[in-house]
Design a protein around this ligand. Structure first.
Ligand code: 3H9
Length: 702
């Protein structure tokens, strides 16, 4: 096995290099290697200073998350940090790329820290539902103060090296070759007779009262809603006022607690699920990968403009095509306004905004768009129109180029059959706003080639989006589950007696970013109605469920954009105000259907909406539309506002236990009728006492 840590002598400097691809995670093997290297160095009287540096593109992404399920063993992180900190010669960490979590904690145990000016340093543990457990809650306050430490740990986001220097986390910034500069720094330490400087010997200069803790939490309140880790972080940081040994013991106990909690299991599940869903499984491309330097978008509507920005933001040249010059002008305006607003908010510089805007070129001839490496059609959601566009593109584009459709409702297979080369056709389902949303559903037909899929994955990587493959079928993964399960049940609950505000509040308290009725009003009830018409037409099945939303559309109560929908909105505002007229309408619709309305509790709302989501999710899995339950979790946590800290609907079902899920679905089936028919997969797994996670594992092994 290749060594993950090497030791070399550069005169008086002992050079310890971590080399554990792909991200230099501090695995058990790395900890052993580091301890060995220090021991080796200490035996040599010629070594007067130690330098810890890493190979590859980053210093370290932190502890090896895949080892969290087992005990740390010897040496533990704490044993390693103590060994580094108590070393009798000075130890210097030289940081490039990223230093995250346990990687930064290792650097904090070193006596000095250098960072390349482009490096970033952060404590992302909270995003995994754990508290930093390798000394950060004790050393970080000693280096940058308790308040700044709290903020950095709550945010989970890395800070820049210059910021880290300003805060006192880094001693010097380096431009150019880090290894050379760090070796020079070590020699300077020797000349200046500066020896070990243990962080643990420092004292924390500031202390935190209740008001300061609340103020530190405030900017992160939304991201941390419903989470428990934040309280453990506060407890650990407060312990930094005690002696170092007392504080570190408290941190260890709290870290252990956080590792075992459900929140952490769920967040770690999503972390690995996202990485797994982004891999092309079971298909092998034989062609060299197509490089994506220029892309064309057909259709300059809101979606087309958003997709154009997503690519321009990634530095790809964009051609945007529309037959209608007015549409192109409107699109230019959308893009310009969006970049203006990013400049005003300080997200990007004016220079970058101008550069991106220039990277998007309007064209009116389809032949010009055909010069692109990949073409995405985003024209109006009309089957005949889309068929015409793809067949024209098929005639113009060389055979190896990919044609993608951004349809959310139509059959990608039918579109593919409108061309002579169905192998190169697939769906790229972007979500609104395309330039900011995280999810990209990649829709494959039975004929889509491995090369086309490979290109789609590269698009996702390029745009930094989370990719999930769905087979072409009604609503793909996300919309199928939403329409046949979650939203359908929300409408039924309204007819049976709940109010829109009650349904939304119950699901928002559960953890959804936004309740279903507020989502409908935001996206436009007409958009939902149109999509359902297309979808149900495609399936040739009736849509008996969305009577309220469809009636609102008929009445022109389309949501926020018209000031009325499931709620009222005053003068273009976004605040959803309960509307008694909507309640009367719901009562009338219920009466027409012979439904006797009753009091419905929040618990019933949450249970029914979630179980119907899970039940349809299991059908999606059984029908092969999604390959893994974990893929469904990725779709729902990254694209549909399902609370990430609950792991996604299928993970959540596993935590409830599938036998229990089955029993409750059967109960609703008996009471509410055919549309609650239990999914065959849940019946099978529930009967055998198995979980979706086990199902994923067993299907991966065949
Ligand atoms: C911690 O440090 C706890 C301590 O306080 C205390 C302990 C007691 N471990 O994301 P990518 C894998 S908690 C294991 O596709 P990118 C990843 O699964 C840790 N594996 O690349 C993937 O593997 P594969 C705190 C890891 O360039 C491969 O590396 N640290 C880890 O888009 C490439 O990853 C974090 O939370 C890890 N720590 O992004 C940082 N990290 O190819 C988590 C990555 O087999 N990591 N892998 O699928 C990240 O944020 C991103 O991976 C990073 C690179 C930004 C580093």
């Amino acid at each position: 096995m290749a060594k993950t840590v090497t030791f070399d002598e550069l005169g008086p400097v002992g050079l310890i290099c971590i080399d554990n691809p792909p991200v230099n995670a501090i695995s058990h093997a790395v900890r052993v290697g580091l301890i060995d290297a220090i021991a080796q160095a200490e035996k040599k009287s010629s070594i007067k200073v130690l330098l810890i540096i890493s190979g590859g593109e980053l210093f370290s992404a932190g502890a090896d998350i895949s080892e969290f399920d087992r005990p740390q063993g010897d040496p533990s992180f704490q044993q390693l940090q103590t060994r580094v900190e108590s070393c009798h010669v000075a130890v210097v960490a030289a940081i490039h790329g990223l230093a995250l979590g346990g990687g930064l904690e290792l650097a904090m145990a070193c006596h000095y820290r250098l960072a390349h000016k482009n490096a970033r340093l952060g404590m992302p543990e909270i995003t995994l539902g754990i508290i930093p457990g390798a000394g950060a809650t004790q050393r970080l306050p000693r280096l940058i103060g308790a308040r700044a430490a709290l903020d950095m740990i709550f945010s989970g986001k890395p800070i820049s090296a210059p910021d880290a220097k300003a805060k006192g986390l880094v001693d010097e910034l380096v431009e150019g070759d880090l290894r050379v500069a760090a070796t020079d720094f070590c020699k300077r330490l020797l000349q200046e007779k500066r020896g070990p400087r243990p962080t643990c010997n420092r004292t924390v200069v500031d202390s935190l009262d209740e008001a300061e803790i609340a103020a530190a939490l405030l900017p992160h309140a939304r991201a941390l809603k419903g989470r428990t880790t934040q309280y453990l972080v506060v407890e650990a940081i407060q312990a930094s006022k005690l002696s170092f040994s007392q504080g570190i013991a408290i941190e260890a106990a709290l870290a252990q607690r956080s590792l075992a909690c459900r929140e952490s299991l769920a967040l770690r599940h999503v972390f690995f699920a996202e990485r797994e869903s982004g891999k092309l499984r079971g298909v092998a491309s034989t062609e060299p990968p197509l490089s994506i330097r220029r892309i064309a978008i057909i259709g300059a509507g809101t979606m087309g403009s958003g997709i154009a920005m997503a690519f321009a933001d990634a530095g790809v040249e964009v051609l945007i095509h529309d037959n209608d010059p007015t549409a192109l002008a409107r699109s230019r305006n959308i893009v310009q306004t969006s970049y203006e607003s990013s400049v005003k908010r300080g997200r990007i510089s004016r220079e970058v905004a101008d550069q991106r805007l220039q990277g998007i070129r309007s064209v009116t001839e389809l032949a010009e768009a055909a010069q692109a490496d990949l073409v995405i059609e985003a024209v109006f959601e009309d089957l005949e129109l889309k068929k015409h566009v793809v067949s024209e593109l098929d005639k113009l584009l060389p055979e190896e180029r990919i044609i993608a459709s951004n349809t959310s409702t139509l059959s990608v297979t039918e579109l593919a059959h409108a061309t002579k080369h169905p192998l190169r056709v697939l769906g790229l389902h972007f979500f609104v706003p395309a330039q900011a949303s995280r999810l990209l559903e990649i829709v494959r037909t039975d004929e889509t080639s491995p090369e086309s899929l490979e290109a789609a994955f590269r698009v996702a990587k390029l745009l930094k989006k989370v990719a999930v493959v769905a087979r072409d079928a009604f609503g793909f993964i996300g919309n199928r589950m939403m329409l046949d399960g979650y939203f359908r049940e929300a409408e039924q609950l309204l007819l049976e007696g709940a109010t829109p505000a009650q349904v939304d509040a119950a699901l928002e308290n559960f953890g959804f970013a936004m309740g279903p009725q507020r989502v409908s009003d935001l996206g436009g009830n007409d958009v939902g109605t149109k999509a359902r018409i297309q979808l149900f037409k495609r399936e040739s099945r009736p849509d008996p469920y969305f009577v309220i939303a469809d009636r609102l559309t008929e009445m022109g109560w389309l949501g926020q954009k018209t000031g009325r929908g499931f709620y009222r909105y005053e003068s273009g505002g976004r605040e959803a105000i309960a509307d008694p007229e909507v309640i009367s309408l719901i009562e009338k619709l219920a009466e027409e259907r012979g439904i006797k309305r009753r009091e419905i509790g929040d618990e019933e709302i949450v249970e029914r909406c979630l179980l119907s989501l899970i039940n349809v999710g299991a059908m999606v899995l059984d029908e092969g539309i999604a390959a893994r339950a974990a893929d469904i979790d990725v779709v729902w946590t990254s694209g549909y506002g399902f609370p990430r800290h609950l792991g996604g609907p299928m993970f959540y079902a596993d935590t409830l236990g599938l036998a229990q899920v089955l029993q409750r679905i059967r109960h609703h089936h008996e009471r509410l009728g055919h549309y609650w028919r239990p999914a065959g997969l849940i019946e099978r797994l529930g009967a055998e006492g198995l979980s979706f996670e086990q199902w994923d594992r067993s299907s991966a092994s065949h």
